[in-house]
Design a protein around this ligand. Structure first.
Ligand code: UDP
Ligand code: MG
Length: 333
């Protein structure tokens, strides 16, 4: 909690099978807490880990004040874990960061300093991504730019979820109830005064990435479909273009038959055209389906995540005892 003299900051750290990371992470967090004059708290969100993540956090932070663990009943995904952390935090500002120290704590410190100069959102901009392959770097590069050109929001490029958000932004963020939140997009959408800090993104300190290609692609699709309806409109433009082309083609066919008198050969080109347009139709049907699925998810209005336990390292009563299963903590309230 903030006092009149010092401000308070929560570090929101999602954890999914990060047991190998924890000893180093927690010792780095302690160093960071020691360096800062603000009150620093840590909110871990255990996103349904199947290894010893939760028990390791309890063991390593027991008795050290300032650590909370929100435990999900199963894996709900990184974006949901962040959303739960933001909902829980009560400090003047929050910083979202990865558990694997890819989002360096000294940059988090700089974010706090920048926030104190009056910015409401301070995001990290990746200058070098030494940990990823050239192919991944290129796809990420083009995705950020595609997203920017398709969506109507002014989203900064080359940023992940590593960012500081101040209390007013936290409050505004908590009013979102999207079933598949794309956190970085939603924060950009909110506005406020935003600025970036460039940093070199190191490789993972331990363990393996929890974002295989399939999940990365899903995140990209979620991001695009939640911030742009342009892919849907693309079908209209393409349809008009093809229809115009086919009318011109029809004239050409008539001319060759009745004016030039040459018979048209070419079964191959015909079958090619049939497959080609079949493919295009399926592609756009798929795009429409993706949006319909999103609408379907939204109208069901299921709780977005389920919390099975909230644990507090320093103060057990804050979490309601040793087995604080509390339905009211679930989302939506
Ligand atoms: N994570 C999570 N739930 C998931 C996948 C990942 O909470 O389903 C967490 C993970 O523990 C890490 C962060 O999200 O703290 C980012 O994941 P990761 O570092 O594997 O992603 P990358 O940096 O490779 O994109
Ligand atoms: Mg990482």
């Amino acid at each position: 909690m903030s006092t009149s003299t010092e401000s308070s900051v929560s570090l929101i750290i999602p954890l999914f099978n990060e047991e190998e990371m924890l000893p180093l992470l927690i010792s780095e967090l302690e160093v960071f807490k020691g360096k800062r004059s603000e009150m620093i708290g840590v909110i871990f969100v255990d996103d349904g880990s199947t290894d010893k993540t939760a028990s390791e956090v309890f063991r390593l932070t027991k008795g050290i004040p300032g650590y909370q663990v929100i435990r999900f009943s199963r894996n709900f995904g990184h974006q949901m874990a962040i959303s739960a952390g933001i909902k829980r935090c009560q400090t003047d500002a929050a910083i979202i960061l990865d558990a694997d120290l890819q989002d360096p704590l000294d940059i988090a410190g700089k974010m706090i300093d920048t926030w104190k100069k009056g910015y409401e959102v301070v995001y990290g901009v990746r200058s070098v991504r030494s940990e990823v392959s050239v192919a991944e770097r290129l796809t990420a590069h083009w995705f950020y730019r595609l997203f920017r050109s398709l969506s109507e929001i002014n989203a900064p490029v080359d940023t992940g979820d590593f960012r500081l958000i101040s209390r007013p932004v936290i409050e505004a963020f908590n009013t979102f109830e999207e079933q598949q939140p794309y956190v970085r997009g939603l924060i950009a959408w909110l506005g406020f005064s935003q600025t970036g800090i460039e940093y070199e993104r190191p490789g993972r300190a331990a363990g393996k990435t929890k974002y295989p290609f399939r999940r990365r692609l899903q995140l990209a699709i979620d991001g695009l479909t939640s911030f742009s309806a342009k892919p849907l409109k693309l079908a209209v433009n393409l349809g008009v273009l093809i229809a115009t082309g086919s009318i011109i083609g029809l004239f050409w066919v008539l001319i060759t038959k009745y004016v030039l008198g040459t018979a048209i050969t070419g079964w191959a080109s015909l079958i090619f055209a049939a497959f080609f347009f079949g493919g295009i139709q399926l592609f756009f049907l798929g795009i429409v389906g993706t949006y319909v699925a999103r609408v379907y998810d939204e109208v069901k209005r299921r709780p977005r995540f389920v919390i099975k336990e909230i644990w507090d390292s320093g103060n057990k009563s804050a979490s309601g005892g040793s087995n604080p299963v509390n339905q009211r903590l679930n989302d939506p309230n």
